[in-house]
Design a protein around this ligand. Sequence first.
Ligand code: SF4
Ligand code: SF4
Length: 72
Amino acid sequence: MSRQRVILAWNNEYCRHCFGCIAMCVRGALTLDHEHAALSYDIRKCIRCGSCLRACPTGALHTEPMEPVSNQ
Ligand code: SF4
Ligand code: SF4
């Protein structure tokens, strides 16, 4: 995963709730939202290492290009 890309979404349809991605994240960028039984992603902590993507057995995590920041 390059530095120009960001993890955007967690597809609940494909997720087996193994939480292997959380276990692999050394920065604590992924946590479990107990209230909604979903992953929570903190982009400020993410270093784009890609460990979570490699850990996911189902491809439930995916990336999309970051939107360019407008100065206007
Ligand atoms: S590793 Fe993949 S399948 Fe497991 S909890 Fe994370 S997103 Fe879901
Ligand atoms: S890319 Fe690395 S730092 Fe970012 S959420 Fe995944 S495991 Fe954590």
